[in-house]
Design a protein around this ligand. Structure first.
Ligand SMILES: [Zn+2]
Length: 160
């Protein structure tokens, strides 16, 4: 928001006049100004351990097959929207905007459950995923992207 009163004459700083008309006096309420966005439940917000950008990681999992579909990021508002709308909304770090999964791709995610992890820095969102979860077109973001890894079994314990 621009601060008034720093001497710039480039634009006039006009204080917004009250928009309430005298007939509004009977509708006063303890709520904040109209148009104020609703907030995330303070108990939930207080349990979140956000990073420096105000975000927590959200792991998205298909609710029935348990496929790990993707990882996204949520701030408090993205989580609020996800908790209250039935659709998953992320916050895009690269575009600095909210992003409701499927609005452009059609690959919507229907919320089945949301859990906060033990220390509050990650969410698990179980969904019913329509189509591909990954923007590259694969079902999950991890399909076909295995790294070479030494694998082991618990019966190998003596050798390791
Ligand atoms: Zn992906």
């Amino acid at each position: 928001m621009r601060r008034a009163g720093r001497g710039t004459a480039l634009e006039s700083q006009v204080m917004p006049s009250s928009t309430s008309s005298p007939t509004d006096s009977s509708t006063s309420s303890p709520q904040g100004p109209a148009g104020e966005p609703p907030l995330l439940d303070p108990a939930v917000a207080g349990a979140l351990k956000k990073d420096d950008a105000g975000l927590v990681a959200a792991v998205v999992q298909q609710y029935d097959t348990l496929e790990v579909l993707m990882l996204g990021w949520m701030d408090e508002e993205a989580l609020r929207r996800t908790l209250t709308s039935g659709r998953v909304t992320f916050y895009s770090r690269s575009r600095s905007e909210y992003w409701r999964k499927g609005d452009t791709s059609g690959h919507r995610q229907w919320v089945k459950g949301v859990s906060l992890d033990c220390d509050g820095d990650a969410l698990l969102v179980t969904v019913d995923q329509e189509g591909a979860a990954c923007h590259t077109g694969t079902r999950t973001c991890f399909d076909g992207r295995a790294l070479p890894a030494v694998t082991a079994s618990r019966t190998d314990a003596e050798g390791l």
